[in-house]
Design a protein around this ligand. Structure first.
Ligand code: NAD
Length: 265
C-alpha cells in the first residue's frame, strides 16, 4: 500500500516551488493535503492541481510569522481533512546581500519568516498532535533548512544564519517532543540549489553583487561543487520528505538530511 495512506498533511509555502512538489509527493504516497501560503490564488491553484492525485485537498491563507494565523490554519486543517499528522515547515524567504550591504529590515523579515515562522509551526503542530490535542495521534514534522546551513556561501549570510537556526530548532523540537511523549518525530532537510523562483533569483543576485560574470557561470560553479554533477530537483526533496514522514523512518528523529548531491559534505 501507499506509505502515507490516510495521513493528513499541512504544507507551508505550498503554492509553488519546493512546497508544491513536496505536497504532490505526499499526495502520491496517499496523504491528504492542506496547502498554506501567503499567496491566495497560487495557493488555491496548487491545491487544485494536487487534488488530481485523488486525495482530499484544501487551502488556507497563512503568513507563517503570525501566531494567530497559525491557530486558524491548524483548525482549518483538522476540520477540512479530519486530522493532522504531518507538518512540512517549508515557507521561507531569501534576500541576497553582501554583509557590507545588509539592510536591517531585510534581515528582520528573514528572521521573522524563516525562524519565527518555523518555530510557530512546530508549536501549533505539537499542541494539536500530542495526546489530548485537537488531532491527538502524534505525527511527523519536517523542517526545510538548506545546504546553506552547513557551508559558507557568499551573499547569503543572514539567510544561512536563519537556516542554521532551523537546524538547531529541529534538534530541540525533536528532543522535547520525544522526552515529553508527544509521539511526534521532528527532522529537517538541507536541499541543495534548485532553480525555483527563489533559486533563480539567487543565481541572478550572485551576478548582481559581482560574484559571477553571468547566471550560467553562477549555476555552473554550484554544479561543479556538487559530486553528483547537477542541481537538485524539487522531486528529490519531495521523495526525501515522504521517507521522513513514513513508518520506514519511525526511529529517526532530530536529524538533518542533506539532499544536495553531496555539495555540503
Ligand atoms: P519559492 O520562493 O519558490 O517558494 C516559497 C513559497 O513560500 C512561496 O509560495 C511563497 O509565497 C511562500 N511564502 C513566503 N513567505 C511566506 C510566509 N510568510 N508565509 C507563508 N508562505 C510564505 O522558494 P522555494 O525555492 O520553493 O523554497 C522553499 C523552501 O526551501 C524555503 O524555505 C527555502 O529557503 C528552502 N530552500 C530552497 C532552496 C533553493 O535553491 N530553491 C535551497 C535550499 C532550501
Amino acid at each position: 500500500g501507499k506509505s502515507l495512506a490516510g495521513k493528513k498533511a499541512l504544507v507551508t509555502g505550498g503554492a509553488r516551488g519546493i512546497g508544491a512538489a513536496i505536497a504532490q509527493s505526499l499526495a502520491r504516497a496517499g496523504a491528504s493535503i492542506m496547502i498554506a501560503d501567503i499567496l491566495d490564488d497560487a495557493g488555491k491553484a496548487s491545491a487544485a492541481a494536487i487534488a488530481k492525485e485523488g486525495v482530499a485537498t484544501g487551502f488556507v491563507q497563512l503568513d507563517v510569522s503570525d501566531d494567530a494565523q497559525w491557530e486558524r490554519a491548524v483548525a482549518a486543517t483538522v476540520s477540512t481533512l479530519g486530522g493532522y499528522d504531518i507538518l512540512i515547515n517549508n515557507a521561507g524567504i531569501e534576500i541576497t546581500s553582501l554583509v557590507s550591504e545588509v539592510r536591517a529590515e531585510d534581515a528582520r523579515r528573514m528572521c521573522d519568516v524563516n525562524i519565527v515562522g518555523t518555530v510557530l509551526g512546530m508549536k501549533h503542530a505539537f499542541r494539536a498532535m500530542r495526546p489530548g490535542g485537537a488531532a491527538g495521534k502524534g505525527g511527523a514534522v519536517v523542517n526545510i533548512a538548506s545546504v546553506a546551513a552547513t557551508i559558507a556561501f557568499p551573499s547569503i549570510a543572514v539567510y544561512s544564519g536563519t537556516k542554521s537556526a532551523v537546524d538547531r530548532m529541529t534538534r530541540v523540537g525533536a528532543m522535547e517532543a520525544g522526552k515529553l511523549g508527544y509521539g511526534v518525530r521532528v527532522n529537517c532537510i538541507y536541499p541543495g540549489l534548485i532553480p525555483t523562483d527563489m533559486g533563480l533569483q539567487l543565481a541572478n543576485d550572485i551576478v548582481k553583487v559581482g560574484l559571477a560574470p553571468d547566471v550560467n557561470a553562477a549555476v555552473g560553479s554550484v554544479v561543479e561543487q556538487t559530486p553528483l554533477g547537477r542541481l537538485a530537483e524539487v522531486s528529490d526533496i519531495g521523495d526525501a520528505a515522504v521517507f521522513l514522514c513514513s513508518n520506514e523512518a519511525r526511529f529517526i528523529t532530530g536529524i538533518g538530511l542533506p539532499v544536495d548531491g553531496g555539495m555540503g559534505m
